[in-house]
Design a protein around this ligand. Sequence first.
Ligand code: PMP
Length: 454
Amino acid sequence: MSEIIASDKKHVWHHLTQHSVFDSSDPMIIESGEGMRVTDINGKTFLDATSGGVWSVNVGYGRTEIADAVRDQLLKMCYFANSAGNVPAAEYAAALIDKMPGMSRVYFSNSGSEANEKAYKMVRQLAHINGNGEKYKIIYRDRDYHGTTIGALSSTGQAERREQYGPFVPGFSSFSHCCCYRCPFGKTYGECNIECAQDLERAILEEGPETVGSVVLEPITAGGGVIPPVPEYFPIIQEICKKYDVLLHIDEVVCGLGRTGTWFGYQNYDVKPDFVTMAKGVASGYAAISCTVTTEAVFEKFKAPASERMPYFRDISTFGGCTAGPTAGLKTLEILEREELLSNVKKMGTYLMEGLHHLKNRFPVIGDVRGKGLFAGIELVTDRESKTPAPESYAVQIAGACAKNGLLIGRTNRSFDLFNNTLCLSPALIATKGDIEEIVSIIERSFEATPLQN
Ligand code: PMP
């Protein structure tokens, strides 16, 4: 045990971690998992309300049938470059498209960032295919996150994530976020014109519509604070996209495959995307796989006209040819359907939100609770009237108190501009009423034991 900790401390460079702080204590090393729970190498078991830290293990830990299917497939045929075909990829693509009316083609890669990069490259190349290479710009939204590679980071609206990694890729610009709790236009929902969505038009006009190829959005901003848009939001976005011939790319890396109670987050709203990207929930953390999904109309453009410089998509992802991903993806889909997990998410999501509203009524330090399905955020403030954000250290303390009490919860991405004051809950989609009660009750105890010191 101590050897593992020593090796970790000596050689592992942890993600998103300031090691000068981290090194003063022992890392939490998770050794095993079963259902909703994980156990660390010291034998302490936690109820995991994060689905593996970052919204991934949607069908829970220890699924023998996924492991068995992947094992069998790896022995039969582990890998061949996806310029050729493989059986699970074909089967998975068909099963996935079945859940996405209007979509048609699946391009496989390994991570959410990569899936987004593929879509950006498709948009840029499409501009040339359509005879206007200038229509390459991509508009993203403040507070949204689209990944860690330089292109994906260039389209990310979180200052701290970007700091010191510039210069960024040209051709990306942003428009307003849509958080009603901190409306960027100082408005109140019900008395506003959904200015946050209208702001896309401003951004397109400022860039010049003939230069804008696509807009990329999370259906519900995840790491930026768990922000579901109001119902009017996406239809307005869609209309503006149509008006200026701008393609709509929805980043479903977090919401994809059931998290919000529909197959995809965008299916909660009245909207038809041109690109949908997904990763985390696809194989539920049992394999690395991501998908860039698009329409037949987009795909067709890459086929014609045939010429000496045929405009095929000159892109590859080596491990987009691994068979473990689509095999685990197929089993994940099968489990989601067989166990009727979408309807479970809807039921348990309502139950979770009731619990969080109960907490909000009890603790003035909770300024806002929001979310959809099994995806929720708790925004912490020092004062409800002024909405002054609680310091990041307080969110850390609450998360620490929860962990001490046997519950893992998440926090918003660290970012100077986002205050780092939102706790995130994203339990596996198999959560029961008992699990939700336990989550809410441990959070309640943790708030009781950890008052905000002014
Ligand atoms: N998009 C969104 C919405 C995400 O939350 C993330 C990861 N948190 C990504 C893209 C990037 O995914 P990955 O880390 O797999 O590259």
